[in-house]
Design a protein around this ligand. Structure first.
Ligand SMILES: [Zn+2]
Length: 313
């Protein structure tokens, strides 16, 4: 049985995941990074013990997916925005010592890519890009069934490719990155800045609420969704031109409204990808549901320590 640990900016989730990618038990705790790494580690160990007890299983290995930057081979945290003070600590060594099992760590988007490639929407595909669109845009790239790593095992930042150099300033220093144009907050920000003073909208509508308004026929919300479709489509078209993957798996909170976007995205792709067989790239919605991060974290262990024929190894 694989113990799974998903470390995010707001919560740490832990669960027991079987060899078919099913979650048997789970628990979560606020990340509360300010309480320090030893406190976080103690809670991870406690939740692993408790979820194993509830599921009535023994832990045979542990997979971790964490918000980045992390070092997958050494197992240490890098300088992670959401985990101030945790840099240099090593949950792989610490959990291996506590449970006497093998432990593997990956960036959480890479973990989700591995999960979807083995147990989800990308099953059986050898070239897969996972894209998550929520408050940020992240992703993982699997080429020929192997997780792509850059120099020094770096995780590529697909959310920071530039779509419009005159666009909004991004946290990375560029203007008009995909992430600054097509996330939920970017959609909400555009809507807010285009609302006229006399218009009767409640303040600070979320991307989800704006999508609902668009479905009800609201004109400004429809324009916001059109703009969202355009930038989602441009970013995905770039990935298709660069990689022509078998499938791009779309996840994240914004993709819960994918029904509003998908036809438009396909249109944008077809307008600009004519030198590659873009129609061979399937656009699929992530299928592992609310436990996708835990399932992906479990898959990290399988990917590192247990090579299964026909699956990413
Ligand atoms: Zn950026």
């Amino acid at each position: 049985m694989t113990g799974a640990v998903d470390i995010g900016g707001t919560k740490i989730a832990v669960g027991m995941v079987d060899d078919g990618g099913r979650v048997l038990s789970k628990l979560e705790s606020p990340t509360a990074a300010y309480r320090g790494y030893p406190d976080g580690l103690k809670r991870m160990i406690g939740m692993l013990r408790e979820t194993a007890r509830v599921a009535g299983v023994e832990i045979s290995g542990i997979g971790i997916g964490s918000t980045g930057l992390v070092y997958p081979i050494s197992g240490a945290f890098g300088d992670v925005d959401f985990l101030p003070g945790w840099q240099g600590n090593n949950p792989v060594e610490d959990l291996a010592r506590a449970f006497n099992v093998s432990v593997a760590l990956e960036n959480d988007a890479d973990a989700s890519a591995l999960g979807e490639a083995s147990w989800g929407a990308g099953k059986g595909k050898s070239r897969l890009i996972y894209v998550t669109v929520g408050t940020g845009i992240g992703g993982g790239i699997i080429l020929d069934r192997r997780l792509y790593r850059g120099a020094d095992t770096a995780h590529p930042e697909i959310g920071h490719h530039v779509l419009d150099p005159s666009g909004p300033l991004c946290s990375c220093g560029f203007r008009g990155c995909w992430e600054s144009l097509a996330t939920g907050p970017a959609l909400a920000e555009w809507f807010k800045s285009n609302t006229l003073a006399e218009q009767p909208y409640p303040e600070d509508l979320t991307a989800k609420q704006i999508c609902q308004l668009a479905q009800q026929g609201d004109e400004l919300a429809r324009r916001a969704v059109e703009r969202e479709v355009y930038y989602l489509g441009l970013g995905l078209a770039n990935l298709i031109n660069l990689f022509v993957p078998d499938v791009i798996v779309l996840g994240g909170s914004v993709m819960k409204d994918a029904a509003l976007f998908l036809d438009g995205i396909r249109k944008v792709v077809s307008q600009g990808c004519r030198f590659v067989p873009f129609e061979k790239t399937e656009l699929a919605l992530a299928s592992l549901g609310e436990d996708a991060n835990l399932i992906g974290a479990a898959r990290v262990w399988h990917y590192r320590f247990r090579q299964i024929a026909g699956q990413p190894s």
